[in-house]
Design a protein around this ligand. Structure first.
Ligand SMILES: [Zn+2]
Length: 954
């Protein structure tokens, strides 16, 4: 790339010598900045037996993007000869790349590495270590610093900076570095997202020619590349709540093993460099005094290093510490000083980027700043070693004390509801290092709260109830994940309300202020997984055993059946078994009424495999699949029913058509929505589907697929992709028996008046008959429209802001009419259209007459809503409806949300001919965290292709 740059300069010189047209001559080109003269060799001398990565790789730092194999070449070379470096392999990504933890320290520290780990672990559990014993241990212990790079694989400067940090720490003989390593154990997660990194660099290296113009193709990463996300298109810096991805699980395990006191997570690409202090809001479960103190110390340390170069940077803006699924807040909840670092050059800005003032920013600049921040962080940590270690222990001491105070001290999970989901929740807590206990006997608790706002004076729980008491070292993490609602800084909330109030008074064409919510404000795991749970302000006095893993008892295998096999339907496991059987071609039937078989009664939606209609292989395959899915199957040897009208041979039993599923995957579709669906179908269910484009779908025979899923995305992009004729063809496909399932923005597409796949309309949209005020809103929400920009981070209705590309253009509607007079009892009215929510959880009423609610016996389900509220359909069925506008968790706009969310329908089904249109107001698989609507969705796959008006059931 050096050659390219030289020839570009030569061309530029030639161009300047030529006579210029008058408009150019009048306004000479402004000066551009040269590549920063940064000295990467400032820690010389370097041990001669280590060559720099760039010598091994054959290019200069920042002139080309290094692929994963190149990094591994360098690493292998260093590992073979360094006495400062230990390399730990900790698993493989989905694309079979090795995940590493690198540990670098002075040889004398590495010689006692196991002892250091053990001592750090004792600091993190004050139950093992008295105050008196702690102090000598602290005096002798190096500070442990976790440096992580490239969690977003397309933030390329971080990866290159990692190589330079590695070389410096392994090879430099400068006293600054050797003294640093005496005091510090540096734990490096060199690339948190190798698969995303590789997609990006392979693409960029192929197409990038170093052009700085923002409109050049090298700055527009295609939809299918989008290296920010991992293989399954998850944002790994949002995954730490649920830890569904292998990269997260592996890194979290390593982090909890090493017990770092400092964690710096290297990202890109902001306008200027960002390092903490962080912005508001801050998760209230953090030790605020300690966080504030240390973020200031490390911020000042970085500032001093940056000021030496006269570099631009900012603090306390944009990047908050609220959502526990980021590495900075997650590591902070684990006692570290957790920090996000955002560099400017590289990533989507490529090798060169022309800023709006015409100055040029390079990948090399981005690397230099990350390198400087990494080294400054290590120096600050070393300089404050003893104090930082003391505070680390104090964090866990206070965590235990706080767990014995306050309204929430214990959460219990009785053996109710879906056992698989309870297992999933407990596994997640164990991954987080949270201690879970099983009660050995029954016990009673007083003042017991459920997660729907109910309180019982006393309640008895049976033996086998699982529980989390918060008086444990990870009590703060446990509270952050399990509390029903997480309190926001009041000052922050007031500021957002002020902005919204001012926006409401502005004219339709006046610019609006952005609100500062960075991410969702509700994620409480018992609600997200819809697991029955209760919390109290006391701790039970019952004998317990610690839970180390969750292995449910294997169901008994069914003996060979004469007439049929039957299994009930109450949990995800049975939905999975049903879909696997259908996929394998077995003739599976369902009873649309309660079923009587083998002297047992099964709920509606239960499954029947009739032996005379299935191949012989059923007798051997079914026990295997049932065991894999954890489902108890009953063998039936007579079709005669002892009571009732519905047996295995009844009129109310229908053979199900296997779903043949297509999913739209193309520009305009949210990669994370597509990815969460992909992961759920492939990994949780084991179900095949075909990703296709709209164009392909329209070219295919109508009968090729009987289920079409449109993930969350831009409604406008969907409308353009289908076009007028395509929409008619889609309707025809539905009428002939197709089941169309739409999430978020795709549901808004279906509800658009020109598309009209449902009688439902978005509240406040054109065509919404009950809309307050004139119908002047644009067709698409601005948030969704802005998603269509190339390289936009996340499409669709997700409220998450993109940490590096700044904020969404606006979150308030740009064409709001003037504010209407105050009408709400509790707060003055705020605008006359619904304001988008930063993710809040509501209680929705289930319509238990409908096939989408098969397997649900409860009256209500929690539902996560962001920016779209649907007016109930008058032509279809409103499967979930919201009557109570008070959220169970998360932020809502006082004076706005409660007026617009009441009597809306988050899930709607519309019968069209022999087919269905099924709308989910938000992504039902959001981030792999949200499971509460999972079976409503799966029921669309299982029953949608079969159940119609003619089955006598809607
Ligand atoms: Zn990032």
């Amino acid at each position: 790339m050096k050659i390219l740059k030289a020839s570009f300069t030569a061309l530029l010189c030639l161009f300047l010598l030529m006579p210029l047209p008058p408009s150019f001559a009048q306004f000479p080109s402004p000066p551009t900045t040269a590549t920063v003269a940064f000295d990467f060799r400032q820690f010389a001398p370097y041990a001669p037996d280590f060559v720099s990565p760039w010598t091994t790789l054959g290019y200069e730092i920042g002139s080309f993007h290094t692929n994963y194999a190149g990094f591994e070449r360098v690493l292998r070379d260093y590992a073979a000869r360094s006495d400062r470096l230990r390399v730990f392999e900790r698993g493989r990504t989905e694309e079979h790349r090795t995940l590493y933890t690198l540990v670098i320290s002075a040889p004398k520290n590495l010689a006692r590495l196991e002892a250091i780990k053990a001592d750090a672990s004792r600091l993190a559990d004050p139950r093992q270590l008295s105050d008196e014993a702690a102090e000598p241990l602290i005096q002798n212990l190096p500070v442990i610093v976790w440096l992580a790079y490239s969690i977003h694989g397309n933030e390329s400067a971080a990866f290159e900076a990692m190589l330079e940090v590695l070389y410096t720490l392994v090879a430099s003989q400068h006293p600054t570095i050797t003294e640093l390593l005496d005091q510090t154990v540096v734990v490096i997660n060199p690339c948190q997202n190798p698969d995303g990194h590789e997609r990006f660099v392979t693409w960029y290296n192929a197409v990038g020619i170093g052009r700085p113009e923002p409109f050049a193709i090298e700055h527009r990463e295609p939809w299918s590349i989008y290296g920010r996300l991992n293989h399954y298109l998850f944002d790994l810096n949002r995954d730490l709540v649920m830890a569904s991805q292998v990269e997260s699980q592996s890194a979290m395990q390593s982090f909890l093993e090493w017990h770092p006191q400092v964690c710096a997570d290297h990202h890109g690409q902001t306008v200027n460099y960002f390092f903490p202090p962080a912005a508001l809001p801050i998760n209230p479960n953090l030790d605020r005094g300690q966080s504030d103190k240390w973020l200031e110390v490390f911020g000042r340390g970085n500032a001093a290093a940056f000021d030496r170069h006269g570099w631009q940077y900012y603090v306390r803006d944009v990047f908050d510490l609220f959502y526990p699924g980021y590495w900075d807040s997650w590591s902070s909840l684990n006692g570290a000083t957790g920090m996000t670092y955002e560099t400017d050059g590289g990533g989507w800005k490529g090798l060169n980027w022309r800023r709006d003032d015409e100055s040029i920013l390079t990948l090399r600049d981005g690397i230099a700043r990350h390198f400087t921040a990494s080294l400054a962080t290590l120096q600050t940590a070393a300089a404050h070693r003893v104090e930082r270690l003391r505070d680390y222990r104090a964090f866990f001491v206070r965590s235990i004390t706080e767990g014995r105070q306050g309204p929430l001290q214990c959460v219990v999970f009785p053996p109710e509801g879906d056992a698989g989901r309870r297992q999933r929740l407990v596994e997640t807590l164990l991954h987080q290092g949270v201690e879970v206990q099983t009660a050995k006997a029954s016990f009673t608790l007083k003042a017991v709260h459920d997660y729907f706002g109910g309180v019982q004076p006393t309640r008895e729980f049976p033996a086998g109830t699982l529980m989390v008491t918060l008086d444990q070292p990870r009590g703060r993490m446990a509270r952050a994940l399990l509390e029903p609602d997480t309190r926001q800084d009041r000052a922050f909330i007031e500021r957002q309300l002020e902005k919204a109030r001012r926006n409401a008074t502005r004219g339709p064409n006046a610019p609006k202020e952005e609100t500062e919510f960075y991410d969702i404000t509700a994620w409480s795991l018992p609600l997200a997984l819809d697991v029955p749970a209760y919390w109290t302000g006391s701790r039970p006095t019952v004998q317990t055993t610690p839970v180390t893993s969750v292995v449910p008892p294997a169901p008994p295998l069914p003996p060979p059946a004469k007439t049929a096999y039957v299994f009930g339907y109450t949990s995800d496991a049975e939905a999975r078994l049903a879909l696997r059987l259908l996929q394998e071609g077995y003739r599976l039937a369902t009873a649309v009424r309660p079923l009587r078989a083998g002297e047992r009664t099964y709920p509606r939606g239960s499954f029947i495999l009739r032996t005379e209609r299935n191949p012989e292989t059923l007798h051997t395959r079914l026990p295997l699949l049932a065991s894999e899915c954890g489902v108890e199957v009953q063998s039936i040897n007579s079709a005669y029913t002892d009571t009732g009208i519905t047996g295995v041979g009844s009129e109310g039993v229908y053979t199900l058509r296997p779903p043949r599923i297509a999913v739209i995957a193309q520009e305009g579709v949210s990669q994370t929505s597509y990815g969460a669906l992909w992961f759920m179908l492939s990994r949780d269910i084991g179900l095949e589907f075909t990703p296709i484009t709209v164009e392909t779908f329209l070219d295919l025979r109508l009968s090729e697929f009987n289920v079409l899923i449109l993930p969350d995305g831009s409604p406008g992009a969907y409308r353009r992709a289908f076009g007028k004729e395509g929409i008619e063809r889609l309707k025809l496909w539905c009428r002939e028996g197709g089941t169309l399932i739409c999430f978020g923005g795709a549901a808004a597409f279906a509800a658009h008046k020109d598309v009209d796949l449902t009688g439902a309309r978005l509240v406040g949209e054109e065509g919404d008959a009950e809309k307050d005020g004139p119908a002047s809103a644009p067709a698409d929400k601005p948030g969704a429209a802005s998603d269509e920009a190339a390289g936009a981070p996340e499409t669709g209705s997700t409220p998450a802001r993109y940490r590096e590309q700044g904020r969404k253009k606006t979150t308030a509607k740009e064409s709001q009419p003037a504010a209407e007079p105050a009408t709400a009892a509790t707060a003055p009215a705020l605008g006359n259209e619904p304001l988008p929510l930063p993710g809040a959880i509501f209680r929705a009423i289930l319509n238990r007459e409908h096939f989408l609610t098969f397997s649900h016996e409860q009256a209500e389900l929690p539902v996560l809503l962001t920016q779209r509220f649907f007016r109930p359909s008058k032509t279809g069925t409103n499967v979930l409806t919201i009557e109570n506008p008070k959220p169970l968790s998360g932020f809502v706009w006082e004076g706005n949300t409660e007026r617009f969310v009441r009597q809306t329908a988050p899930v709607i089904e519309e019968q069209i001919g022999a087919g269905h249109v099924i709308l989910f107001a938000d992504d039902p698989h959001y981030r792999g965290i949200w499971h509460a609507q999972r079976r409503l969705f799966l029921n669309g796959l299982i029953f949608g292709p079969t159940i119609t008006f003619s089955t006598g059931l809607r």
